[in-house]
Design a protein around this ligand. Sequence first.
Ligand SMILES: NC(=O)c1ccc[n+]([C@@H]2O[C@H](COP(=O)([O-])OP(=O)(O)OC[C@H]3O[C@@H](n4cnc5c(N)ncnc54)[C@H](O)[C@@H]3O)[C@@H](O)[C@H]2O)c1
Length: 349
Amino acid sequence: MIPQPSKLAMVPFVSVENMMKLVNEIGVAEMMQGIATYIEDDFRRWPEFDKTPRVAAHSEEGVIELMPTSDGETYGFKYVNGHPANMARGFQTVTAFGLLARVDTGYPILLSEMTVLTALRTAATSAMAAKALAPDGATTMAMIGNGAQCEFQALAFQKILGINDLRLYDIDSSATDKVMKNLANLGLTLTKCSSAEEAVQGAQIITTCTADKQYATILTDNMVGAGVHINAIGGDCPGKTELHRDILLRSDIFVEFPPQTRIEGEVQQLDADHPVTELWEVLTGRAEGRKSAKQITLFDSVGFATEDFSALRYVRDQLEATGHYQNLDMIADPDDPRDLFGMVQRAKG
Ligand SMILES: NC(=O)c1ccc[n+]([C@@H]2O[C@H](COP(=O)([O-])OP(=O)(O)OC[C@H]3O[C@@H](n4cnc5c(N)ncnc54)[C@H](O)[C@@H]3O)[C@@H](O)[C@H]2O)c1
């Protein structure tokens, strides 16, 4: 008889199908709110984490990255790509999967799709940061770049900040039409704009979420008025930015992990010692967030490993109650740990 896998060999796996079931059972906005709580909790214990800039393999077409971290008890990593030219081929710009493991034994405890989860965690992080940085009473957000991340950002800002007015612009107007359709009847007032200049009119929050493998100028200095919060998502690789440098010079800049953001974020356009404030310091009260109504705050988001770790923790905590996973026979775990060869032989039957 072929030996059956041991219990330890089995790793819960959340497929795309199960992730979608999980999101739809919990509700997309509610799930982002839940993930935001986990992300914030982990930012608040920032010093406990092992932190390193992600390992990036660049090519002409895009980038493939590994994002590891650990809190000493649990280890996590995400595999993620960013290929702006993919859309024209009918592929996604960003896809991802990730894993959690026990630090004491090294055995994995969760494997999950993370393409959907990345969109959820990115939007959750943006809204969590905006809660600390955006002007009080903000109701209107400009959303420039209406691709895969867009609806998630909109719904996280609606749920967590009370944004109810969305001004949309994309160079490809069919992307905006997709968002208008997906977000219809969800309590948001949607305005389709014909330029980025038009989109930012009257917005207290500006989210830039475009994909282009170059230094792009989605926002110029004259488009950003006093008191605005900028949530800059799409500048997240060396040579890939969205904001004119002059905007950065007028803003107070908030970042996730400076050694990574200085390589990948909007601040790559500035001197290496240009002052930035770390988000975890704002969330723990060590540093001030927004200080005045006139201040321009900029969350120079690139996406950091702890956010994925938090999102995976959240997913893991939902598994027992929802059952939206399957067990994968992933770890070769012979009864006698040294008899790996014997286990293979016995499998001949
Ligand atoms: N900071 C983070 O944590 C994080 C996480 C995920 C993705 N991202 C980045 O966010 C960006 C968007 O990701 P996505 O999955 O939505 O990509 P996507 O390719 O699905 O959408 C990008 C959209 O931007 C539009 N666009 C490109 N240039 C534009 C311009 N000049 N003006 C207006 N619109 C323009 C495109 O037409 C497209 O609709 C990417 O750059 C990605 O790398 C960042």
